[in-house]
Design a binder for this molecule. Structure first.
Ligand code: TRP
Length: 331
């Protein structure tokens, strides 16, 4: 059976874009693959969170994933910092990761621009830590979005480099996973931009209150409306329809589609419907998030079991790697 690893940084809440992208795919994979799912709290340190926030965020993200349907009976769910084998493999991989290639990574350049006062080495070696996360479980697949493709390519490079350097086949070369051969649905933002993202400030989170959802959706960017019959929708409008396609009933979508086509559409109605359908979709998830985050006993049980299972797999790989590199015990 092939192995899948997926991780998420522990900064902030899950939004609709995360849900319809990576999370939904991952949930389906639980049935057919050996799946590891973790919260990347080491990775979150690149932005220097304060200690109290770090823990709260990890807890929130864990509760949110469980609420979405990531199942601790089927998947190994764990917190990255519970697995000391990950930073050790990261250290070892760093020895074969080169400054030039790390500096050229788009995500590094982006972050360096975003936080010029804090261009730390952790940012530079972010893809090395990510590679360690993935290959420590000998993953075959990583369900990643477009923005992570280059980081995954780096993981492939580091896995290949290790295998070649020691003339071994320790690591499978991990591949991006796209569900049923299709690209993942890209959920647009409400500001007319192509992608919903937390840092873009255009996201609707799964835990968001109905009032806040209504406010955001009613303010979504639109245009002055169609002027010709059967006009092609501009991006800002197509984005709203894309959102509708994932949360609304098909007849609702076709109703507004027809209204657009014959120029009778009123964006106020469209947005109102979209807001209600988003609320209808997120309410059961939001309720579960609230229940699970209150259940500390359950959360600690999940984290503990997950850490045990993940360490079992990670320590096996690390032992093999140490052996290959040439570490031998004196005692
Ligand atoms: N870099 C990923 C992100 O920003 C998070 C991540 C860290 C990850 N390690 C990973 C994703 C390993 C998949 C596999 O979303």
């Amino acid at each position: 059976m092939s192995t899948v690893v997926s991780g998420i940084r522990s900064t902030g809440n899950l939004h609709l874009g995360n849900y319809f992208g990576a999370v939904k795919n991952f949930i389906e994979m639980q049935h057919t693959h050996q799946t590891f799912f973790f919260i990347a709290d080491f990775h979150s340190l690149t932005t220097h969170p304060v200690p109290g926030d770090l823990h709260t965020n990890v807890k929130q993200v864990l509760a949110e994933y469980l609420a979405c349907g990531i199942d601790p009976e089927k998947s190994t769910i764990f917190i990255q910092s519970d697995i000391p084998e990950i930073p050790e493999l990261y250290l070892l991989l760093n020895m074969n990761a080169y400054l030039g290639e790390l500096e050229r990574t788009a995500s590094f350049k982006g972050k360096a621009r975003q936080q010029p006062e804090n261009v730390n080495a952790g940012l530079l070696t972010y893809p090395v830590l990510m590679a360690a996360d993935i290959i420590i479980h000998k993953a075959h697949f990583v369900p990643v979005g477009k923005d992570q493709e280059q980081n995954l390519e780096m993981s492939r490079t580091f896995a290949r480099r290790f295998n070649r350097m020691y003339n071994v086949e320790t690591f499978p070369i991990p591949r991006a996973y796209t569900f049923e051969g299709k690209d993942m649905v890209k959920i647009p933002g409400l500001d007319g931009s192509g992608k919903m993202g937390k840092s873009e400030g255009n996201a609707i989170s799964l835990a968001e209150s109905p009032a806040s959802i209504r406010k955001k959706v009613m303010r979504a960017v639109t245009d002055t409306g169609p002027t010709e019959m059967h006009q092609i929708k501009p991006d800002v409008i197509r984005n709203l329809f894309t959102l509708m396609e994932v949360v609304s009933a098909p007849d609702v979508v076709s109703h507004f589609d027809t209204a657009y086509s014959n120029c009778s559409i009123r964006y106020g109605d469209l947005n109102k419907q979209l807001a209600e359908d988003i609320i209808h979709f997120t309410t059961p998830i939001r309720t579960r998030i609230e229940e699970i985050s209150k259940d500390s006993v359950y959360l600690s049980k999940v984290a503990k079991n997950g850490a045990e299972k993940a360490r079992e797999s990670a320590s096996k790989t690390l032992q093999e790697v140490r052996e290959i590199i040439g570490f031998r015990k004196f005692y």
